[in-house]
Design a protein around this ligand. Structure first.
Ligand code: NAD
Length: 485
């Protein structure tokens, strides 16, 4: 089943920070793949803008090198295509905080076509960029800005950032990116919930026992130690990515699949989140193993109490979910790199198969990585003679198997989100009030562990976090799902 590619009108995309890590690893390869897919019309221009001194020729060579390094393994792009793609590229040396380069950038703009500015620089430059775009006449109604995380480090900083962007751009022009929302499976979650009759009637506390959301990484903080130590897992992962996943699971059906309708419903979920008590939260910090250094060796502060792992029990306090806990966990240096959402349904109310002593539950698993796809565990009879013993088996919908090889090649999150910016579709981007509501919920939780001076619990590299995280579920007779990459 070949996916349909609808070309978009020629557009201009300026990447502030066009020589940085994110641009090299994600943004430029994503643009290249859309180019290969035939989605970019002749005349589209990609303009790198950063501090390094470079000309167009050097930037084209720089990008080609990045593509060779970070686009390998993707089919559909022939080596010769890089040369054609290079023609779309140019470069401006520019200082976000000074005047250098801004006249040159403004002179490049074509009026009357979509113009997107990707802020792929540190957040301390966001306001400067917005202000300069305005000052140099580029912040008109053709303009859109794309803002990377982190969007603030608490409610006050997020509000200040929102205010500074709002001085020059309307909310409809601001695209706050959360690449988790660009994942195929995450969108499929909405298709599954709102495109089928089967699930929605059961999607509530009457039938759902609990929900688990896991985002597990095997890497440590590595070279990001300085940033990470100021953030920790709560700010770096929960406030944004896990919160967004939770919203899509918990939200009411929007009246239509339209940016504000979807975001209104997500916002209501965040506002319905209950407080998280001390006993419902476990923070951890990874230890060294025989090969790799521990967390404290990656950061400057040898007494750091920042968490590299967090697990928590949350309550969404509304009619649909009261009584169904949501368990979230995320961390670094865990045993596997795997992310999934599991909706664990309640057991059948009465067991007629008395020979069977097992506990059986339907579990709907939405796998974000690896092998994006959806499983539904159903209970069937164990094959063979010997009576009615039951076994749980997954109905597997790995996309590449169900939809053919094209599904494997589906656009990655950055490809989809960048093209959504160009098309002007904000559905998969966070609105300012959503981000603020998420911080308003996060801030008191952080403040209370800081006030108590709680230290994270050390955990072994290659484990699944501190043992105490298991107890979060054990005390109510539940357990975390085993997750394997
Ligand atoms: P980086 O340090 O690798 O690159 C920064 C870029 O900004 C460089 O191109 C640099 O030239 C440019 N720059 C710095 N100061 C400038 C100035 N005064 N004027 C103009 N350009 C300037 O950073 P990165 O890892 O690419 O991250 C960029 C943003 O994306 C950050 O906000 C980061 O938090 C966010 N982010 C990065 C990743 C990632 O995987 N790297 C993932 C998610 C979010």
């Amino acid at each position: 089943m070949a996916s349909r590619v609808i070309p978009v009108d020629p557009f201009d995309l300026v990447i502030f920070g066009g020589t940085g890590d994110l641009a090299r690893r994600k943004i430029l390869p994503a643009l290249f793949r859309r180019f290969c897919a035939g989605q970019m019309e002749e005349g589209t221009r990609i303009i790198g803008a950063a501090r390094s001194q470079m000309d167009d020729v050097e930037y084209r060579a720089f990008v080609a090198e990045a593509l060779l390094e970070f686009n390998s393994g993707h089919s559909g792009c022939e080596p010769g295509t890089i040369k054609r793609f290079q023609k779309t590229l140019s470069y401006v040396t520019l200082d976000a905080r000074g005047e250098e380069g801004w006249d040159a950038l403004a002179a490049k703009m074509h009026p009357g076509r979509v113009r997107a500015f990707y802020f792929s620089v540190g957040p301390s430059l966001f306001s400067d960029l917005a202000q300069r775009l305005h000052q140099y006449g580029m912040a008109d109604h053709d303009a859109r800005i794309v803002v990377e995380k982190p969007f603030g480090r608490d409610l006050a900083t997020a509000q200040a950032l929102n205010r500074s962007l709002a001085e020059h751009f309307d909310e409809s022009q601001i695209y706050r990116i959360d690449h988790y929302l660009g994942k195929e499976t995450v969108q499929n979650l909405m298709a599954l919930r709102f495109g089928n009759m089967l699930f929605e009637p059961l999607w509530n506390s009457r039938y759902v026992d609990h929900i688990q959301i896991t985002v597990a990484e095997t890497v440590g903080v590595g070279g990001r130690g300085e940033y990470y130590d100021r953030a920790g897992a709560m700010r770096d992962m929960v406030q944004n990515h896990l919160m967004q996943l939770l919203c899509l699971i918990a939200m009411e059906p929007p009246a239509k699949f339209d940016p504000d309708a979807v975001r209104d419903e997500k916002l209501k979920v965040i506002r319905a989140l209950g407080e998280v008590g001390r006993d419902d939260l476990v923070r951890g910090q990874y230890l060294a193993d025989h090969e790799k250094p521990g967390y404290l060796e990656h950061v400057e502060n040898p007494d750091s109490i920042t968490e590299s792992f967090i697990a928590m029990k949350l309550n969404v306090i509304n009619w649909r979910w009261a009584g169904t806990p949501f368990y979230l966990r995320t961390g670094k240096r865990l045993s596997d790199r795997a992310s999934e959402i599991a909706v664990v349904f309640k057991e059948a109310p009465h067991n007629i198969f008395t020979e069977d002593t097992g506990r059986h539950r339907n579990i709907l698993t939405i796998r974000l990585q690896p092998n994006e796809g959806i499983d539904l565990d159903v209970t069937i009879k164990e094959p063979g003679p010997g009576g009615m013993r039951l076994v749980d088996v997954p109905l597997d919908m790995t996309f590449s198997e169900a939809l053919g090889p094209d599904a494997d090649d589906a656009a990655d999150a950055y490809e989809r989100l960048i093209m959504d910016v160009v098309r002007g579709n904000q559905t998969l981007f966070m609105r300012g009030d959503e981000v603020e509501a998420a911080w308003a919920w996060t801030d008191p939780i952080i403040a209370s562990w800081e006030a108590r001076g709680d230290k994270p619990i050390p955990y072994a590299t290659g484990s699944f976090g501190p043992e105490d995280a298991l107890a979060l579920l054990h005390r109510s007779g539940r357990k975390w799902r085993e997750i394997r990459a």
